[in-house]
Design a protein around this ligand. Sequence first.
Ligand code: PLP
Length: 375
Amino acid sequence: MRLFEVYPLFNVEPVEADGCLVYDRQHTAYLDFYGGHAVISIGHGHPHYVERVTEQLGKLGFYSNSVPITIQKDLAHKLGEVCGYYNWNLFLCNSGAEAIENALKVASAYNQRKKIVAFDGAFHGRTSLAVAATHNPDILFPVNEGAEVVRFAFEDFEGVEAELKKGDISSVLIEGIQGVAGIIEPSADFLRHLRTLCDETDTILILDEVQSGFGRTGRFFAHQHAFIQPDIITIAKGMGNGFPVGGIITHPKFEAKHGMLGTTFGGNHLACAAALAVLEVIENEKLIKNAANVGNYLVEALKKIDEVKEVRGRGLMIGAEFGFPVADLRKRLLYEQHVFTGSSSNKNIIRLLPPLNITYKEADQFIDSLKEALK
Ligand SMILES: Cc1ncc(COP(=O)(O)O)c(C=O)c1O
């Protein structure tokens, strides 16, 4: 059997990793400013993470959600404590797209409506409702066309208001900071406007924090910079530091009913051990503060580079926009400077999503490599 080839690949295969570095078979080190697409939050191979997951595997790797799973409750408790949503509820699944599907379902179960408001540039995943809410016709197929999605430009205050006031929108779905689109942040005013409108019209506000959550932006969730509370928050990526785990955090007003949602693998023992290890390391090593500090440092350094036209983002979710397509620059960074970076749907943008424990030294190393690659 061969692979169903859907990914354009870089010609480097990491086979080992440590912290912010990944190594190929020849043991060449690469600086990881991509984090496997914002997934590596506490660094590769963190000893506490390895120990906790290994210990759990030695005890019990998996049993289904038909039995009590104490480690799920431990995770919910710890997550509530670290993110500040103490009295909210957690449903665990396996990926970001699944989190979106479940969030949209909970919203629809609550207000018995089916339309979704989503935004230009949005990326929410590739399953049926998630891909319908995503703004990319190239990954949408006839089978995905059932969902009723009404799309607006970011910051279209009036458009969204008029739509919500019709009273038939189930939920508004918005990323804390748009990642795939090239690091586009909704203004605090726009988020507050959405909050007020959702309250007035019994519409559910869903914040997609799959990429921007878990401390990446210098707060636990990106929307916390705007001091608003959504009704449902979706999480994944950095949550497991590479272990597939996702979830939704729901306001106490949503009532869970047996059978309403479900999953075989979601919330399994190993996934919970991984997510708990991530939260413990984030807390013990003050990684949210580190993300804010090193992120600011990187942004300031990037702004001093002539070829960089604009720098956007918060913490360690950064987009550097150039006046030209960056595909060749990213190749030079990888093959000559040995640095992994991310792309975006805007061809002129390099997306930086390094582990939250990068050091100032590694930030300097990245800036030096970028300057070399630009020569
Ligand atoms: C904001 C956002 N939401 C949802 C997803 C989908 O997550 P997954 O690939 O785990 O299904 C992604 C993935 O890139 C994302 O960036």
